[in-house]
Design a protein around this ligand. Structure first.
Ligand code: ACO
Length: 320
């Protein structure tokens, strides 16, 4: 059986932070940020957090799917910015929904998280163990950003996106996933320093560190590679794909991938100009926005691809 998306939802914080706003905090300007990344503004949480955004997106997706909470069997949250070590975000979503019969856990694969979660759920559905699931990508990157570091603070935003999937004859077609721990040092964020009764000194807070150019090079090489592998594996012509929905990190990365694949840029929708890079949330937020605009029709082929810290990457082909 195949996981088919039957409902979508998303939530972003109310507060909009423009490039001009950031130029008041760090030595930057709108021209640099928008020409290097395509980002013009981002949503930054004030009242919200990862859990509350996940819950809002989940409720919308459940409503869109006309799914009763009691019927939900599985909740998987992809996040690298949970609010708590435990309980996990998924259990907090379960409680908020009253989804008493669902098993709930989080999964961490940074910006590839949504695709890793989708493939995990597909494996459960294909095994026959479960017949439906709620998949959420939720992040508040703003809390792990060093707001004094102009090379990273301009790139990220907060938000959550969710999909409800159900076991059907059509839907998920196939996927390609990959990881490379050897390259992981280019994009890192430590949790807590080792600190216990045997350790001396104060605990230091760490923030996101990124070596932007290697990350850029990794993305523009790996994404076309895994997309081509997936097209070949599934015997799909690149023209037969209606939309290529890529992780929204940087418009230059997306344009480069389109060029390398010889696919028109119009098939690569983007929302990063208003949201920035929302990590695991970016693909499901974009899916939801497109769904709400009525851009999808039954039978259309959608190829999603994510890439990020780990390093991790992946691509999944689905039929709407
Ligand atoms: N404003 C103005 N100047 C800046 C800023 C800024 N916000 N940030 C950096 N600069 C300066 C640098 O200091 C540097 O100056 P120097 O030459 O005097 O040293 C100059 O601009 C050029 O910096 P580069 O790093 O060479 O800029 P580049 O063109 O490579 O673009 C960018 C940087 C946008 C970060 C690019 O490397 C990129 O997009 N990388 C991938 C980022 C990404 O997608 N990350 C997320 C992965 S997903 C995940 O898992 C979280």
């Amino acid at each position: 059986m195949r996981a088919r998306i039957i409902g979508t939802g998303s939530a972003v914080p109310e507060s909009v932070v423009t490039n001009d706003d950031l130029a008041k905090v760090v030595d930057t300007n709108d021209e640099w940020i928008s020409s290097r990344s395509g980002i013009r503004e981002r949503r930054i949480a004030r009242e919200d957090n990862t859990t509350s955004l996940a819950i809002k997106a989940a409720k919308q997706a459940m409503e869109d799917a006309h799914m009763d909470s009691e019927a939900l069997q599985m909740i998987v949250v992809a996040t690298c910015t949970p609010d708590m070590f435990f309980p996990n975000t998924a259990c907090q979503v379960q409680q908020a929904l009253g989804a008493h019969n669902a098993v709930a856990f989080d999964l961490s694969a940074a910006c590839s998280g949504f695709l890793f979660a989708l493939s995990t759920v597909q494996a459960y559905i294909n095994s026959g163990l479960y017949t439906n699931a709620l998949i959420i990508g939720a992040e508040t990157m703003s809390k792990v950003i060093d707001w004094k570091d102009r090379s990273t603070c301009v790139l990220f935003g907060d938000g959550a996106g969710a999909v409800v999937v159900k076991a059907e004859e059509t839907g998920f077609i196939d996927m390609v996933l990959g990881s490379d721990g050897d390259g992981g040092h280019v994009l890192t964020c430590r949790t807590r320093e080792m600190h216990n009764l045997l350790c001396e000194g104060e605990q230091e807070m760490d923030y996101l560190h990124m070596d932007g150019q290697p990350v850029f090079k990794f993305a523009v090489k790996k994404v076309p590679e895994c997309v081509e592998q997936l097209l070949e594996k599934t015997g799909t012509d690149r023209e037969a794909v209606d939309y290529y929905i890529l992780h929204q990190a940087n418009s230059r990365i997306i344009q480069s991938v389109a060029k390398r694949l010889h696919v028109p840029e119009e098939k690569f929708p983007m929302n990063l100009s208003t949201h920035g890079n929302t990590s695991a949330a970016s693909i499901p937020i974009l899916l939801d926005e497109m769904n709400r605009k009525g851009m999808f029709a039954r039978g259309q082929k959608i190829l999603m691809s994510g890439f990020g810290a780990g390093l991790t990457w992946g691509a999944a082909l689905i039929e709407w």
